[in-house]
Design a protein. Structure first.
Length: 472
């Protein structure tokens, strides 16, 4: 990278009170520039809004502001073009940018930090950055919902087993199953929207912790940076990382939902099930077994929650015993937050890639439905509704009929009426229709049920609810 200044000419901006140099190992231990440099866009945006406010309030001259503005825009270009030399000695993104600004424009650059502290500056930068990332993740989730909804519309009447305890329970439609994840992701987007709303208050202007005596205009900066309002308490503003914890908690739930779906993709694509074919673009081969096509993308998504949970626990542990207000401990907020954002984005995008190209295997789904007696509940319900048998008795009779089918090694719908009457003497011919899998699914018409006509309506609702404007 191009060097803007030699390391030996860099001095600690806070070093006036010190009479000896910082130990080299302390410089490395104390520095955050290797990971917080990704905040450069937000740091420059915040500094532009802050310096413009200083000029409007006659705290600095308009000429100084124009120089600061020009210098900051030059720095933005240098960093984006990978032509900026980041210094460990300057600790963080804030000091690296300020030091370079002074190099470019001279003394006016030293006025930029008037009426602010790195405490309120970093809180503002992180909020600006996370707000942008929440918007990106919301769009990623929306795209995943779109792919799930599209597949649900295609497979609205495709029959498959529904499971409890991973045992065949009742017949359902594949479209209905996919729409369950659309609802989970919708709640995830709602949690992100709540988090975004709560974080969208401006810390800048709180200074180190007590506010400032300069006649600043926090409302102007808040409006310029698209915050809803300035924070109400300066001490809370510089020490608050609730929003990061809340985001990481919401991300943990997203990760749980994605992991559940990933687990089903792994199971469904296995040789024992073969319900689906995953796209080759999201599977990998074996280094020794040439026949293998492994669901590695789904397996990685299944594993990632542990990383995300760990990041959440990491930050909560950092914050749990901190006295007011700022402590250097809070520098440890960034790496777990940054990693969570990166990880959850990858998981959502990769999952969308798998779902959008996924293909169902109807024959294998129907074959699986022939096992486990999935219409047993329909049989019991028929006894209650049409033969006026109390449900507990109906449950008992149905169990006996299942035992009969097991003994004959056949499905329930392969039983004859006479065989059924050996258990339920007053059974009529209509009971044979009830045992047919297709009929079972079509009767599940209660709101939220799996009947194909319900799925079509649910697809329409989901499109209106989730694929219109962003939830945020």
């Amino acid at each position: 990278m191009k060097k803007n200044s030699s390391e030996k000419n860099v001095s600690n901006i806070w070093g006036g009170r010190f009479s000896s140099a910082t130990d080299k190992i302390m410089e490395e231990f104390n520095s955050s520039i290797m990971f917080d440099q990704i905040l450069y866009v937000e740091d420059i945006d915040g500094s532009l809004a802050h310096s413009e406010m200083l000029s409007r309030q006659n705290i600095i001259s308009k000429q100084d502001f124009e120089l600061i503005k020009s210098g900051l825009n030059q720095i933005r270009t240098e960093i984006s073009n990978n032509q900026f030399n980041f210094s460990l000695k300057l600790e963080d993104i804030h000091m690296n940018i300020e030091n370079r600004l002074v190099e470019i424009i001279g003394e006016p650059g030293k006025k930029l930090h008037t009426a602010r502290s790195r405490n309120d500056q970093v809180a503002t930068d992180i909020k600006l950055w996370l707000r942008r990332k929440i918007d990106e993740i919301d769009l990623d989730l929306k795209n995943l919902q779109k792919s799930l909804i599209e597949k649900a519309e295609i497979y609205y009447d495709l029959l498959m087993p529904g499971y409890t305890h991973l045992q065949v329970a009742q017949p359902i439609t594949f479209g209905h199953h996919l729409l369950a994840y659309v609802e989970m992701l919708g709640r995830d987007r709602g949690r992100l929207a709540d988090c975004r709303k709560r974080l969208n208050e401006l810390p800048l202007g709180s200074a180190a912790l007590a506010g400032t005596s300069y006649p600043i205009d926090r409302d102007f900066v808040s409006t310029t940076l698209n915050f809803d309002k300035p924070t109400d308490n300066s001490m809370d503003a510089v020490s608050d990382r609730d929003f990061a914890v809340e985001f990481m908690s919401a991300s943990s739930l997203i990760a749980i939902h994605l992991s559940r779906l990933a687990e089903e993709l792994v199971i469904w694509s296995s040789d024992r099930f073969n319900f689906i074919k995953l796209p080759e673009s999201f599977t990998t081969g074996s280094s020794i077994m040439p026949q293998k096509r492994n669901p590695d993308a789904a397996e990685l998504i299944r594993a990632k929650p542990g990383r995300i949970f760990g990041n959440l626990f990491n930050l909560m542990t950092v914050l749990k015993g901190l006295p007011m207000t700022y402590g250097k401990d809070m520098q440890e907020d960034k790496e777990p937050l940054f990693d969570t954002v990166k990880t959850i984005k990858y998981c959502v995008i990769v999952m969308e890639g798998m779902i959008s190209k996924l293909e169902a295997v109807p024959d294998k789904m129907m074959e699986a439905l022939q096992k486990g007696f999935p219409t047993a509940t329909d049989f019991a319900d028929y006894l209650v509704t049409n033969l006026d048998i109390p449900f507990r008795d109906a449950h008992h009779f149905t169990g006996k009929v299942v035992l009969l089918a097991e003994s004959k090694k056949c499905s329930l719908e392969q039983l004859t009426l006479d065989e059924i009457r050996s258990v339920v003497p007053n059974a009529d011919t209509n009971i044979l229709k009830i045992l047919k899998i297709k009929n079972s699914v079509s009767t599940r018409t209660s709101y939220g049920g799996t009947a194909p006509k319900n799925v079509i309506e649910a697809v329409k609702r989901a499109k209106l609810k989730y694929l219109g404007n962003s939830i945020i």
